[in-house]
Design a protein around this ligand. Sequence first.
Ligand code: NOJ
Length: 562
Amino acid sequence: MNSNPAPWWRGAVFYQVYPRSFSDSNGDGEGDLVGIIKRLDYLVSLSVDAIWLSPFYKSPLADGGYDVSDPRSVDPRFGTLEDFRNLIQESHALGLRVVVDIVPNHFSSEHPWFQQALNSAVGSKERARFHFRDGSGADGATPPNNWLSVFGGRAWTQVQERDGSVGQWYLHVFDASQPDLNWDNPEVRADFEETLRFWLDLGVDGFRIDVAHGMYKDPTFADHPDPQGLAEAIRLDLVDDEESLDGNTKVLRELIQTAPYFDRDEVHGVYREWRKVLDSYSHDPVTVAEAWVYPPARAARYVREDELSQIFNFEFLVAPWKANAIKRAIQSTLNSMAEVGASATWVLSNHDSPRVVSRLGERRARAMALIAQALPGSLYVFQGEELGLPDAQIPDSARQDPVWFRTEGEQLGRDGCRVPLPWLEQGDSFGFASAESGFEGAQPQAPWLPQPSDWGRYSVATQVTHEDSFLWLYRRALGIRRQHPALGWRQGDFTFLESAPEGVVAFRRDPRFVCIANTNAQSSRVTLNGPVLLIASAGDVQIDGDLVTLPPDTTAWFEVGS
Ligand code: NOJ
């Protein structure tokens, strides 16, 4: 038997901080690292184990910082390296681990490498770090192939050559300001290993890997048979709420599997190399892959024993509020992860997807949260999810997401879930700026994305005074999750209660824990023995002997006999 204790991350709760929108210490309208430090106590009070920081590296922020121009630095808008050191130190002192993003598919076009490539000749070693190709047609004005950007428009942009000759084209699967790196180039591989070590040496506890299924391309660069359909399928995948794996979803996912720039086998070689780097550190850093790949067996390949630790579970994230779909997402996740000995992750929202409350409605979002928090594995909570924030309406003139610009307004993009958090009921920024919250700081400028005028009712200050608030549900449930011996990660202790009626998701975790979710529009009855602990997402749960009646759209947790 393996006597090693399970690594810390297998059952951990990760709280995703989107630094630009979390807490603004200097009043410039954008959040920053010092702002996060000031709010660490809040995260402790939520019983989370780790924070994952979306990028805070030097960047023109054309794609919210996922366009990195210096991966081993802090952008002055977010603070300094010294601030980051303090953040690590103070987090660790409070028992919070810190995970950071790494963005290997592309750099920002402002990265010195890309600037050098633009200034260098066709065929130079500077160009060989990216994917530069000649165009076709007499004047080279037709892109090298028909691939389209995931964000809309072409995946190629033509450059101007300094000597006046016909310009080459470079590949960008995302925005034109995000040129794709050439992972066949050893310089690229070496540079990312240096980045891993740089942050690990500063004490980070792991990495979230952006577009972890990207990096390698079909080396033939052949045309795709349906580039438009493919790009739309990839965009829609984020917002799909059809019954999973039925009809449209299945077609979309099959199309995604044909992407010539995603999920190529070569990428696994990189993760095996990275793993060696990570294993040379003794604090057991975690790696979590952002990889929208299908079918689940392909996803499991990223978390084989000698590769990454975890992969985000997007099937669960997009599952509609239907018992069968939820059960299917849970079962397929557990099966595919068990095949490679990995633990599952449960995610309800992130900075790329509609907020849960906007997707499901508030009552169901509460109920879904209690399901997610009771499942075996680790949990990712996106900032503001614990406040029940909906997506904000953004005036078109304020939008920032490249998806909005590149689809020419056809897709609104992701700004709605990225609006700065409300900490106070009142104030020009609802306490997002430190000065308003009673910390020191300059008189604030307006937040970088406008907060809706009713944002105060979702604020932390308002919710802490109401025990039936969203925030209290999260606090209580995460508190129980941390204490209860059945919750978090335990291998092989999960069973669906097959006796549950139609429309009810019920499962048992040992010892003595049962979670029941009623997705029906009417009350449902379930037989249980000996409820002690009871926490419900909404409504009145009635208990009559061993008969439990659950109102519609409600989840409840029970402690039962053995
Ligand atoms: C996934 C990130 O989460 C998203 O925000 C970003 O736009 C793309 N990758 C490109 O880096």
